[in-house]
Design a protein around this ligand. Structure first.
Ligand SMILES: NC(=O)c1ccc[n+]([C@@H]2O[C@H](COP(=O)([O-])OP(=O)(O)OC[C@H]3O[C@@H](n4cnc5c(N)ncnc54)[C@H](O)[C@@H]3O)[C@@H](O)[C@H]2O)c1
Length: 281
């Protein structure tokens, strides 16, 4: 029987992609779910499917970058279910652009969602996870939390930050003997809407260049390959197995190896990869 049967799991960014599929996977394994997203339409579709799968579901709009909103959300989820066992801090956004071209707002926005969203969710739910006696924090980083990449500085900074925060939190829980496991997830390319959503967002700001469009096309056609359901299964299996670190896909595993084996050479390789993969024409 699944370890998560009957447990209460919180999933942020559950209106699409990996978060939605994590919620479905948990529901199939018998968990009770609190799902949230800023996209209410996507979230409603997720909640409908979760109910069809027979799960007990609590669904709410939540912007993970809003600290107070996350704090009151955590209190209300704990009050509604009486206990919280697992939190999957999954919500995230993509943004490209070179340092010279990015404005300050891009850094604040990306770090606000991808890094502070994870810190907010971890910290706000931590007392409830400890109180459950069997808690688990699962923070979604990226392959870009292992390897720096040109024209991805905001995203890489946020995802390296998630990894640092999560590994420190794990050591704290061990040091204090708290009953909370801590997992960091590093997905490689997963076939979701993340690149297109980032491009759409940039378009609204009038910041899209033909290079950006070509880059997102390459991501969608060549790099974001794994079906999100498969990614979710790998993640939830890893959590059930008590893994501290879950690498999702051969690309993430390869990057992990490359950075360890060639720590000084990898930036030149990353530059070469960028030139080859994303040069136009
Ligand atoms: N798809 C990939 O290849 C890939 C690779 C590595 C890491 N990741 C990470 O996986 C996570 C999930 O991404 P995905 O690929 O499923 O993308 P996605 O765009 O399909 O889903 C992300 C969800 O997060 C929501 N979201 C965005 N901003 C939010 C906010 N402020 N508050 C709450 N929700 C918000 C979106 O509405 C969307 O429903 C992200 O953290 C992403 O960085 C994805």
């Amino acid at each position: 029987m699944s370890e998560v049967r009957g447990k209460v799991a919180v999933v942020t960014g559950a209106g699409s992609g990996i978060g939605r599929e994590i919620a479905f996977e948990l529901a199939r394994r018998g968990a009770r779910l609190a799902v949230s997203d800023v996209d209410e339409t996507g979230l409603a579709a997720t909640a409908d499917r979760l109910e069809a799968l027979g799960a007990q579901v609590r669904s709410a709009r939540l912007d993970v970058s809003d600290r107070q909103a996350v704090e009151s959300y955590a209190a209300s989820v704990a009050a509604d279910f009486g206990v919280v066992h697992q939190v999957y801090n999954n919500a995230g956004i993509a943004a490209g652009g070179a340092v010279a071209d990015n404005d300050w707002e891009t850094y604040e926005r990306v770090l606000g969602v991808n890094l502070f969203g994870v810190i907010h969710g971890s910290k706000a739910f931590l007392p409830h996870l400890i109180a459950s006696g069997d808690g688990h924090v699962v923070n979604v980083s990226s392959l870009n939390g292992i390897m720096g990449q040109p024209r991805s500085t905001a995203y890489c900074a946020s995802k390296f930050g998630v990894r640092g925060f999560t590994e420190s939190l794990r050591a704290e829980m061990l040091m204090a003997g708290r009953p909370v496991q801590v997992t960091v997830v590093h997905p490689g390319g997963v076939r979701t809407n993340i690149a297109s959503a980032g491009l759409e967002d940039a378009r609204k700001r009038g910041e899209v260049t033909p290079e950006d469009e070509a880059r997102v096309r390459t991501y969608n056609e060549k790099l974001l390959k794994m079906p999100p359901r498969q990614a979710a299964r790998i993640i939830v299996d890893g959590v059930e197995a008590g893994k501290q670190r879950v690498l999702v896909g051969n690309d993430a595993k390869l990057v992990d190896l490359l950075v360890r084996l060639l720590p000084r050479r990898y930036p030149a390789l990353a530059a070469q990869f960028e030139r080859r993969r994303f040069s136009r024409g």
